[in-house]
Write a protein that binds this ligand. Sequence first.
Ligand code: PMP
Length: 355
Amino acid sequence: MSRLWSAIVAGLSPYVPGEQPQRAGLVKLNTNENPYPPSPAVAEAIRAAMGDAGDALRLYPDPSSSALCAAIAAREQLAPEQVFVGNGSDEVLAFVFQGLLAHARPLRFPDVTYSFYPTWCGLYGIAFETVPLADDFTLRVDDYAGGGPVIVPNPNAPTGRALGRAEVARLAMANADWPVVIDEAYVEFGAESAVPLIAAHPNLLVVRTLSKSHALAGLRVGYALGQAPLIEALVRLKDSFNSYPLDRLAQAGAIAALRDQAWFARSRDAVVASRERLCAELAALGFEVLPSQANFVFARHPAHAGAALARALRERAIVVRHFAKPRIDPWLRITVGTPQQCAALVAAARAIVGA
Ligand code: PMP
C-alpha cells in the first residue's frame, strides 16, 4: 500500500500465473505450453521482419496488424473485419471484459474455470455470478438460461472438458440479447470450434490464442472472432489504450506460424497422442482422470492430497499445477509434454503412489 496509489489499485486482486521456474532441468508441465518448438518459418520471418542489422525496428509496426488479421480471416473463412488481434489472448480478453461483458445484468461463468475472469471483473467493476458445474465438472447449458452476458472456456480450464458445437449454439441462443464469449484457448487439441456459428449468432464472440496450438506463448498473440460490431468495440478500446499492441516481430512470426499448417497439425497430433497415453497410464496408477479435449489433463488420486502430490513431484524435478481452491483442491492439472516428459511424470507418480 502506498498513498501514491490510485484508489483502484488498492482494491485489485491480481491473477497469479503459473510459475516460470529459473532452475534448469525441470520437467515443466505447469502452464500448458506446447512441448514442441514452433515452425522454423517463424524464426525466419522474425529475422526478415527485423531487416538488416535490425533496421526495420526503427519504425512503428502496422497499428492494426492488417496482414495478420487477413491471414487469420482466411484460415477461419471470415472477413478481416471479423478479426481482432491482441498481445496474447489475455489482453484480448481484458478488452472483451471491459468492452462487451460489463452490462446491467451480472456476467456469468462456471465456478471452476480460468481464474483470470474474476480478476478482470475486479479491475473493471463488473458484477458476476458463478454457475456451479455438475459434480463430474460438466457444464450444463440449461443453467445459463435467463439472459445475460456469459463467458465460458471451451474446452474448460482446468478441467479439459468440452461442449459440442450444438451446445454452444444453445448457449448463444438462450442469451441472444447479450454477448456470449467462448474462450477457445485450447480448442485446437480436439474440441469443436464455435467459429462456424458466428454467421448466425451476432452475439457470439470466440477468443483464440497461438500460445498453445502454435507453440508461441513467448510471442504473445491472441485474437477474437465475431461479427463486425463486436470486433469494432474491441478496436475502439484498443485505440484508446495502446495503438501498437503487437510488435513487428510478433505480427511476422504469427503469420508464418499460421501459414505452416502441416507443422501445426503434426505437433497437435503428437500432443493428442501423448495425452491419450498419459490418461491411460495415470488411470492404471489409480488416478481418476477427466476426459480431456485440451493439451492438459486433470487428475486426482484417491489416496493422496493434491498439494502433497504436487510437492512430491516437485521434489522429483517435475512441476505441475495445483489450485488450492474449493472443489478442485484434490486435483492436479498436468500439461501434456513430449513422450519423454510424460514418461518422467508417470515414473515419478508411480514412485509416489507406490503402484
Ligand atoms: N484463456 C485460458 C482459458 C487460458 O488458460 C489461458 C492461458 N493462461 C489464456 C486464455 C491466455 O493465454 P494467452 O494470453 O497466452 O493467449
